[in-house]
Write a protein that binds this ligand. Structure first.
Ligand code: ATP
Ligand code: MG
Length: 563
């Protein structure tokens, strides 16, 4: 590819709209441009990398027996209504005006619809159907560039099986294929147990990369490898105590004391002697959620425990429900359902709100005073707590989700009537799995893991080109002729080359662009070296420069690229 004839709009300055390194560099190196919030155009060099990623994905999906489909993005709304997911997706789903169509945010429904028409007998199973296609989600806060787009490319596959045992096999195949895909793309990643969220289903795992830019938080144990999204992570943490003697209940005047920290300071007590209250509305009814000390409610766990429709109560609803505002609410005298975190199990001599503004209650015995209380794991794991598997320290950090594999089960096949007949002519619902990869996230995460202050640092197989060929003074005919012949011959040798043949920019400008674009090797053709039959190879990653004679060039390039 000749630079002079290509559209590679590199930028010197950091674009105002970008914050994280990959986003900044993708704009500066001319890989993408934002058309509108969360909507990106892939420019030629960016798209070249994306195609390489898609090729790797295709190879690995085909290797597990996947068959490539291409489902439409524009879907009749009716199919989505049959599974209740128009409501479940809510504002995230794009609706087409004047027509009963939606833009698909994922494709479980459409796959199930085709399976209903196409799968009749156990002989038709198993199947793995995949596609690499555009998805639409009206993400409320598109940021971090292509990592969270409103239009994005997903590799999504779906397994169709006759039993849950067979689903286990399809799931394992995907697990292996995903590991290969991310390894081949050169990413450092790890796998975590996850929540199945709005998708439904049982087991699910996420493939993650550690990154400050991530919107997921994971708990990770370096010692034993336990890793889980904090949405579902568990830990060992100090519980509240049950003392041998229970005190009597007593009311304490606590003016302006709202938070647990303020309460502890005011009464000179430990956090482990307090219970914090949060009110949620579950299918229209209030539920008090009681947490130990400063522990936060894990809303994913809460949703799993309660089922149905769960939301935090609004501030103006609190007084009517409990008699008090936030900061003074508690279990004593609370007239609705009360659930508590496991760490509070059977504790006594606790302090909590009195359901009366500016008052707290001491001497609470959850066994004696809150007879119908129910206990669940409801808390968010925190950095430094102990691993539930090996008791070592857990690390909690931010991460980006690259891919997600789910055991869906029969939710979609039951909703849409996807059945098969077994050997005895008996009808069963098809058992489904669903598996997604964010294609653009692979590219962005690769850059997050491979850059320096000068730009991107590509390596094979994602590198858009192997070599960035730079002619220093292109007005010198000797340099020009050498560059032209290198460009032709090295391509014949099988290398991919971007050739900076521009005559109207300075050497410094070319060097900066080459570092910013980040091909693994740069070949620099200049007057002085050429006189001795040499050119310079610069290794982008280390900055190391080596003089190489023209006769040995192809062989040396091979060695460097394979190192
Ligand atoms: P997230 O929690 O980041 O929103 P998700 O759980 O909604 O992701 P899935 O529905 O499992 O994602 O989609 C499969 C894959 O598609 C994700 O693992 C991710 O790599 C990618 N993906 C999801 N949403 C986006 C988006 N808005 N922009 C780019 N890629 C996305
Ligand atoms: Mg999402």
């Amino acid at each position: 590819m000749r630079f002079s004839k290509s559209f590679i709009p590199t930028l010197k300055e950091t674009p105002a709209e970008a914050v994280i390194p990959s986003h900044i560099l993708m704009i500066r190196a001319g890989l993408v441009r934002q058309l509108s919030a969360g909507i990106y155009t892939w420019l030629p060099i960016g798209y070249k990398v994306l195609r390489k990623i898609m090729d790797i994905i295709r190879e690995e999906m085909n290797a597990i027996g996947g068959q490539e489909f291409h489902y439409p993005a524009l879907n009749p709304k009716e199919i989505w209504e049959q599974t209740g997911r128009v409501e479940a997706f809510g504002d995230i789903m794009f609706h087409v005006k004047n027509r009963d169509y939606v833009l698909a945010p994922t494709h479980e429904e459409i796959v199930a619809w085709h399976a209903k028409g196409g799968i009749t007998s156990y002989k038709d199973l198993p199947q793995i159907w995949y596609q690499i296609q555009t998805k639409f989600r009206n993400e409320p806060r598109p940021k971090s560039g292509v990592i969270r787009g409103r239009q994005f490319i997903m590799k999504d596959s779906y397994s169709l099986d006759r039993s849950f045992e067979d689903l286990d096999k399809s799931y394992e195949l995907h697990d292996k294929a995903y590991r290969k895909i991310f390894e081949r793309c050169g990413l450092k990643f790890f796998v975590v147990g996850a929540s199945s969220g709005a998708m439904g289903g049982s087991k699910s795992e996420e493939f993650m990369v550690k990154s400050e830019a991530g919107e997921d938080t994971v708990a990770y144990c370096e010692k034993c490898g336990y890793a889980a999204n904090v949405e579902v992570a568990q830990s060992i943490s100090t519980p509240a105590k049950r003392h041998s003697e229970s005190k009597e209940l007593y009311e304490i005047y606590t003016p302006n004391v709202k938070s647990i920290d303020e309460l502890c300071a005011f009464l000179n007590i430990d956090e482990h002697e307090t219970a914090k209250s949060r009110i949620y509305i579950h299918d229209g009814k209030p539920v008090l959620v009681l947490m130990l000390g400063n522990d936060e409610v894990n809303e994913t766990k809460l949703q799993t425990v309660l089922g149905g429709n769960v939301r935090p109560a609004h501030p103006d609803e609190l007084k009517e429900i409990s008699g008090a505002d936030a900061g003074s609410i508690g279990p004593i005298g609370f007239k609705h359902r009360i659930i508590a975190d496991n760490l509070l199990k059977d504790a006594n001599n606790l302090y909590s709100g009195a359901n009366k503004n500016d008052y707290h209650i001491g001497g609470i015995d959850l066994v004696r005073d809150v007879p119908n209380i129910e206990y669940f794991d409801l808390r968010i794991v925190e950095n430094g707590e102990k691993c539930i598997r090996c008791n070592s320290n857990l690390e909690v950090f931010r991460a980006i989700e690259l891919g997600h594999i789910f055991k869906l089960g029969t939710k979609y096949s039951e909703a849409l009537g996807v059945n098969y007949l077994d050997e005895n002519g008996k009808e069963h619902p098809v058992v489904m799995g669903s598996y997604g990869i964010g294609v653009e996230r692979i590219l962005a995460c690769f850059i997050e893991q491979n850059y320096d202050d000068k730009g991107i640092i590509w390596k094979k197989p994602l590198a858009p080109f192997d070599i960035h060929l730079i002619g220093l003074n292109m007005k010198n005919p000797e340099i020009r002729d050498t560059c032209e012949s290198l460009y032709t011959n090295l391509q014949k040798d099988g290398f991919e080359i971007i050739y900076d043949d521009r005559t109207d920019v300075s050497a410094g400008f070319k060097f900066n662009d080459a570092d910013l674009l980040g091909m693994p090797l740069q070949i620099i053709v200049g007057e002085k070296n050429l006189k001795n039959g040499n050119v310079e190879i610069k290794i982008r990653k280390t900055g190391e420069k080596v003089l190489v004679s023209l006769s040995e060039l192809s062989q040396r390039i091979n060695t460097f690229l394979n190192e």
